[in-house]
Ligand binder design. Structure first.
Ligand code: TRP
Ligand code: ZN
Length: 897
């Protein structure tokens, strides 16, 4: 094995099937926060397909008390943390292995394995947490049948849950009780879960299309029951959607969701017992925003959809992680789109998803942590739960659907389950099934080349040029592709790139598309498949120079370069039938102005980086009665500072911030009258519902308030800030209340200082709202370096704790990863703060620390003095002895950049 420091590198090419299979697992827990006793009885047999080897079981932070083979004591040894058994029965016969261990859940601050949160027990086993509960072959290709007995004090832990069906429960002496659960499905250890504590549940009986009855439950702490309706509705929608779209039904009598406020990620798809971060379960109109509601719908859907894509068919090894994550993100994106009644709301969801991809995944693909959708190596698998595996992986699945069509994709899914249900498989198996179900498709024809999306890292760039030939009445579009080298991959082979395409005439209408050699025109839009380094498309019967609309719907995860004139972009913004490219045209115009201003040395106060045509176009969008509020809000939102930074070779975060703030102020002032009209026109007095149309109206009204407050701080007028403060006090839901508060904070108005403590007092017992209160302040626009001192002050607040991941993220991560101008200070104090927090967190929770460690991924792009100071801070972290594998891998890769 290769070694880097003390950390072993795991390579995909080294995969070998396990030397043993584990068929059944019978677990008994005596739950106690300080010392939980775990008895693990397994039946195993040798895997005849691989050379004989000793049995090496994974374990971590366990106290081993006893090992029995077929009821007899046996010899064993430790190899690092692995338990090694050599004298096992020969032959193919199954044997029984009994292991008795103890662990200390209350001391488990890593939140992996069995831990305590608010006096309840929870588990998190993905990816490698099960080994912190008992010795095991902790790898996803070992699938076993589980039965679980939980014993605990009845008064303290009245609810005892695990995967599958409850088969027995009863009293024990000493005030204790027990529950026995049997999971009817085989599963890998990472899907094991248990929960024990004082919980209450909302319950719903449903009948599937096939006529089967199921019980759905959402468990929360007493007092939170009034915040479970939306999660339950989302779960019911998920069950119905997977049946309707893919013919996949719930395969369990009982499906449970449990919420915990201490959780490393969003949620976890444990078989029949999903465990969620409270952030993605709890919502009522007083405490949750429209964004929270929509995130809950996505995450509930995501975890539910894993029941088939992830659980019934799982991953052979962790290099195949995107097999389940990319596919399941694709499914949750489609689910949310299909729940939209209006086509325009579907488009809004698509734009939001692409925005996440481009602001988070594109930088990852260009930085030191760049990796293929199916990585070739890792040190710590937890570091590879990335936007590349998830969001780029989803785009790869989406391109497959584009290449085979929506019905063809459904057929491919059907074949995938016919072939592989109950198995642990690879990304190749998935792509093969989709292609084989569609033998006449472009995907089948191009499969080996298409799979470069899995093996090659980096974001491809597609460069387009267009030439109009009036004499020939033809328009020739030349598309070429390239992809920069990434670590370990110097040269890239061409990708298969589906390009959605249209040509707009002078009136903005789509022209019929007829390629040279084609007998008749085909109605737009069309998708062309780019496979070569360069390709030329010649369109005939074109009477005047058209404006090309390329990569419609963001048909591939690439950067499109096309030298549009401002006039062409304004034409697309005003007319394109493709809402994505309409939005994109506005973003391109804004980025262009930003880059010009950044390049022109100084950005004096009162500078106006945006040209009149752009401002006028934004006014037209705001006034257009045919457009939805949600779409207007997206068009009027300027590209973010990190997105602008990615378009530059050398990044000065302060200059980007100054220019973007000047752009915001310009839109605020120039459109002041329109903002006022927009605000008044988007008041809903009816009951609160979080549907896309009304949340779009609230979003646009909130945006209007922010701009009105910004305009007021420029003019000194106090009318709108006063109205905003009134709105903050009187709002009937959290979205309106929070938007009003954010308008005061974001504009830097003095009334923010009155509103913030008031907001805290109102919601002091609502942890998720207090998280918002913290992050609003740590993510606020920096004014003269005021945010870092505020962050340090907030860390002294009685409500702050570094141990709770949500709280740590709302203060530290929001500042370091969501507030570039606050963080990148010329005096390097932001970097010093970051390095101290990474080191401090690493001793508590390496997964949370390693995510924070990625705040300086893009250090090598920074201008001086930021660049040198950032590198020094990373080196300081890397030099720390006994750093976790997680953080060590991130900072050492950053230094190698
Ligand atoms: N599989 C989970 C998902 O749905 C991700 C996840 C939850 C996770 N908790 C984790 C990954 C802890 C690593 C560590 O996407
Ligand atoms: Zn997932």
């Amino acid at each position: 094995m290769m070694r880097e420091g003390q950390s072993a590198v795991i390579n995909r090419a080294d995969y070998i099937a396990p030397a043993y299979w584990i068929d059944t697992v019978d677990l008994s827990f005596d739950l106690d926060p300080a010392k939980t006793r775990v008895l693990n009885k397994m039946t195993l047999r040798r895997n005849a397909d691989v050379p004989a080897e000793p049995l090496k079981l994974d374990g971590e932070e366990l106290n081993l008390a006893r090992v029995l083979v077929n009821g007899q004591g046996t010899s064993f040894r430790m190899e690092g943390e692995q338990l090694v058994l050599e004298n096992l029965p020969e032959g193919a016969e199954a044997f029984e292995l009994e292991i008795f261990t103890t662990c200390a859940p209350v001391k488990n601050t890593k939140l992996m394995g069995l831990y305590v949160s608010n006096d309840s027990f929870f588990t998190q086993c993905e990816a490698e947490g099960f080994r912190r509960i008992t010795y095991f072959l902790d790898r996803p290709d070992v699938m076993a049948s589980y039965s679980v007995t939980l014993r605990a004090d009845k008064a303290k832990y009245p609810v005892l849950l695990s995967n599958g069906n409850l088969v027995e429960q009863g009293e024990l002496e000493g005030g204790r009780h027990f529950a026995k659960w049997v999971d009817p499905h085989k599963k890998p250890a990472y899907l094991f879960a248990l929960v024990a504590g004082q919980l209450v549940s909302r319950e719903q009986r449903i009948t599937s299309r096939a006529g089967k009855e199921h019980t759905l439950q959402v468990y929360v702490r007493p007092g939170d029951l009034d915040k479970t309706e939306h999660a339950m509705n989302s779960l019911m929608h998920s069950v119905a959607w997977d049946e309707a779209r893919f013919g996949l039904s719930l395969d369990l009598e009982r499906f449970m969701i449990v919420a915990t406020s201490d959780f490393n990620m969003g949620a976890m798809e444990n078989k029949g017992l999903n465990i969620f971060n409270t952030k993605y379960v709890l919502a009522n109109q007083a405490t949750a925003t429209d964004t929270d509601y929509s995130n809950i719908e996505s995450v509930v859907g995501h975890e539910y959809f894993h029941n088939w894509t992830g659980n019934r068919i799982t991953c052979r090894d962790w290099f195949q992680l995107s097999l389940k994550e990319g596919l399941t993100v694709f499914r949750d994106q489609e689910f949310s789109q299909d729940l939209c009644f209006e086509p325009s709301a579907r488009a809004v969801k698509r734009i939001e998803d692409v925005r996440v991809l481009r602001t988070a995944q594109f930088p990852e693909d260009a930085g030191p942590m760049a990796h293929p959708v199916r990585p070739d190596s890792y040190i710590e698998i937890s570091n590879f739960y990335t936007v590349t595996i998830y969001e780029k992986g989803a785009e790869v699945v989406r391109m497959m659907q584009t290449l085979v069509g929506r019905d063809g994709f459904a057929k491919g899914m059907k074949l995938y389950f016919e072939r592989h249900d109950g198995q642990a498989v690879t990304c190749d198996d998935f792509a093969q099934a989709i292609a084989d179900a569609n033998p006449a498709s472009d995907l089948a024809r191009l499969l080996p080349q298409f799979k470069r999306w899995y093996s090659q890292a980096g974001t491809p760039r597609v460069h387009g040029t267009g030439v109009y030939d009036a004499a020939a009445r033809s328009y020739t579009l030349t598309l070429s592709q390239s992809c920069a080298s990434t670590a370990g991959q110097a040269v890239k082979e061409p990708f298969v790139i589906p390009v959605g395409l249209g040509l707009l005439d002078a009136d903005g209408a789509d022209l019929p598309l007829q390629l040279a050699g084609e007998a008749a025109p085909v109605a737009a839009p069309r998708t062309f498949v780019l496979t070569e380094a360069g390709q030329t498309l010649t369109f005939t019967h074109i009477d005047a120079e058209p404006v090309p609309s390329i990569l419609r719907g963001f048909s591939a995860p690439v950067v499109l370069e096309f030298d549009y004139s401002d006039a062409q972009l304004l034409h697309l913004l005003a007319n394109d039938i493709d809402p994505f490219n309409r939005w994109e045209a506005g973003q391109r115009l804004a980025v262009r102005s930003a880059i010009e201003s950044i390049a022109a040395s100084a950005c004096p106060a009162g500078a106006e980086p945006l040209n009149d045509a752009y401002v006028q176009a934004m006014r037209s969008v705001l006034r257009d009665p045919a457009l939805d509020a949600a779409f207007k809000e997206l068009v009027l939102t300027l590209p973010g500072e990190t997105y602008i930074a990615e378009q530059l070779d050398v990044v000065d975060p302060q200059r980007i911030h100054a220019v973007r703030e000047a752009m915001r102020a310009q839109l605020a002032t120039a459109l002041a009258d329109d903002w006022a009209v927009v605000y008044e026109a988007h008041q809903d007095n009816g009951a609160y519902t979080p549907d896309p149309l009304s949340s779009g109206r609230r979003a646009l009204a909130g945006m209007a308030l922010t701009h009105l407050c910004i305009a007021a701080t420029v003019s000194g007028d106090s009318v709108w800030p006063g109205k905003t403060y009134q709105r903050f006090k009187a709002a009937g839901n959290m979205t309106d209340r929070f938007n009003a508060l954010a308008a005061l904070v974001s504009s830097g108005h003095a009334l923010a200082a009155e509103a913030l403590p008031r907001f805290h007092a109102m919601f002091k017992d609502e942890a998720l709202v207090i998280d918002k209160w913290f992050s609003l302040q740590t993510g606020a626009p920096d004014r003269g370096g005021n945010i870092l001192p505020a962050v340090k002050q907030l860390m002294k607040h009685a409500d702050f704790s570094l141990r709770n991941p949500n709280r740590a993220r709302s203060v530290v991560s929001t500042f370091c990863q969501g507030n570039p101008a606050g963080f990148h200070r010329a005096d390097a104090a932001g970097y010093v703060f970051w390095s101290e927090r990474v080191i401090e967190l690493d001793a508590i929770n390496p997964q949370v620390a390693a995510r924070l460690a990625r705040a300086l991924d893009r250090w090598s792009k920074l201008a001086e003095p930021y660049r040198s100071a950032a590198r020094e801070a990373i080196a300081r972290v890397a030099a720390k002895s006994d750093l976790s594998k997680d953080t060590h891998e991130v900072v050492s890769r950053a230094l190698a950049d």
